[in-house]
Every structure is written in C-alpha cells, then in structure tokens.
Design a protein around this ligand. Structure first.
Ligand code: SF4
Length: 281
C-alpha cells in the first residue's frame, strides 16, 4: 500500500460530537479529532466506510485535522450534559493520537474541554504511546475516563505484516505501564486478536488491570464478513497463519487470561468496550 504520510490539511467541522444512534454499545456520542488515519491497519473497517472509499488516495496515506475551536466542544458538552448522561467513544473512525497530534495538539485541546465540562464517561481508544503526553489532563478526568490501548499481539513480526505503520509493540507495553503507574484507568485492547506467542496472556495480565479480547468474527459487526471483504483470510493464508483465522483463537486467549486475572477484568468483544455502568461481564 502506498503510504505517503501526507497530512495536516485543516478541515472545518460544525460540531465535534456525533450521536451514535446506539451502534456503539452504551455510547451516546463519538468524537473524532482527525479525518483519515496514518496507521492504515490492514484490518481497519473504516477502509470500507464512505470516508475510506470516496477518496482517491489509499486509506492510511492521508490524515486531515479538524478545525474548530475547542470552545465549541465545551458548549456542546454543556448542552448535552444538561440533557442526561453523556458517554463518548473517542475515537471511532481514526486514532486520536496520530503522529500529527504531536504538533497539532487537537486531541489534547479536546481533552481539556472534556475536563472542563466532564461527560459521564469517555473511552479514549488509541494504539499510540503518545497518549502518555497527556497524563496530566487525563488525571483531571479520573473516574470518568478509561484509556483503551490496543495491543493485538506480542509478536512484532506479526505487527510488521498486519499493521506496519502502527507504533511498535514495545512502546505500547511501556505506555501501559506508565498509564497504570500514573493511576489512570487503563485497559489493553486485544482487538482484533492476532497470532501471538505463549507469553502473551501473562504479559497482558502483568501490564493492565483490564483486558478486552475481540476478533474478526465477533467484533466486525457483520459476523466476519467485513474482514473477509478486506482480504484478511488470504493475508493470513499467505503468511502461514491460517489456523489463527478462527473464532477459537479469541476463546483460547480468554481462557488463558482467566487463569491469571479475575473474570470481571476480562471483557469480550463489543461488550468489553462498553462504559463501566453497562458492562455485561
Ligand atoms: S488505528 Fe484504528 S482507525 Fe487507524 S487504521 Fe488502525 S484500526 Fe483504522
């Protein structure tokens, strides 16, 4: 895939919060600071969404930052909070910690707005260790925010094939440790579970107080059809991993984790990403 790392164009947005209409279990809104995603994961479902399809450049090669005053978000939050509990999935169609975020600071300014007008719960979903830069703001949201850091495998050889532009795993393990030590509510999101080594469950249990396990079959919202359409089966086959392309893999990891962690610390598929009040575990 072409990967020019082009980015930085500012696109206007009239509002920050998008109502979810219930497609993300337990969330009232999504919040996306960027359009596009420079991590370009092979299994990313956003590739097949209008945003990924109706652009001439390949998914993963571009990212635009949204241009809006965080004061707009503050006003939106004040209004929405007045109507009932607001639960935000931050972010659903990009990673809020794009490499561009290091200089653009859009996510940081949105977090500051959230801290000023705190919603009932925010899930900050990322795979980037850059999230640790914002620990000071995250602490202002303590009790109302969880960081969900994606670690889909402990095998760097697998990551390099399936998500070559995503941050290296060692930096993510380090970020999990740093967040935990800072007292931030954190979970490791094994989403989707990729081929892993025998040490993986132990590493997860040591690194995070909570782990969510998801796969191509339960987690793509279409019983695995979206992942098939993305060509994941043939990519696995080509790399000699076809036995890992099976629903039993997530089940096996969950069983391994149950040997090491309390049952309630293990989330499964979409329900595992729900706000604490609607956890079904
Ligand atoms: S980080 Fe998330 S949004 Fe970005 S390409 Fe990967 S799966 Fe898609």
């Amino acid at each position: 895939m072409a990967h020019s790392k082009r980015g930085g164009q500012a696109v206007s947005t009239a509002r920050w919060l998008t109502p979810t209409s219930g497609y993300l279990q337990g969330y009232t809104h999504t919040l996306n600071p960027y359009v596009g995603c420079s991590f370009g994961c092979s299994y990313c479902y956003v590739r097949r969404m209008p945003i990924g399809l109706f652009r001439s450049e390949p998914w993963g090669s571009w990212v635009d930052r949204k241009k809006a005053d965080p004061a707009t978000l503050r006003r939106e939050l004040a209004r929405a909070n007045g109507k009932g509990p607001v639960t935000i999935f931050f972010s659903s169609a990009t990673d809020p910690y794009q490499p561009l975020e290091a200089t653009a600071g859009v996510t940081r300014s949105l977090l500051e707005a959230l801290a000023d007008e705190p919603p009932a719960f925010t899930l900050l979903q990322t795979r980037s260790p850059l999230v640790t830069r914002d620990i000071d703001v995250l602490l202002r949201l303590q009790g109302r925010l969880r960081v969900s850091l994606t670690v889909e495998t402990d095998r760097e050889d697998v990551r390099k094939v399936l998500t070559p532009y995503a941050p290296p795993l060692a930096a993510r393990w380090k970020a999990l440790k740093e967040l935990r030590e800072a007292g931030i509510d954190t979970q490791a999101a094994v989403s989707p579970v990729l081929p892993y080594s025998p040490d993986f469950a132990r590493m997860l249990a040591d690194a995070a107080p909570r782990v969510v396990v998801d796969d191509y079959f339960g987690g793509d919202g279409s019983g695995g059809r979206r992942s098939e359409a993305l060509g994941m089966r043939s990519l696995y086959d080509k790399n000699g991993w076809i036995s890992w392309y099976d629903p039993s893999v997530a089940e096996r990891l969950s069983i391994e984790l149950r040997e090491l962690m309390p049952e309630k610390a293990i989330g499964i598929s979409a329900a595992g990403f729900s706000p604490p009040s609607v956890d079904t575990d």
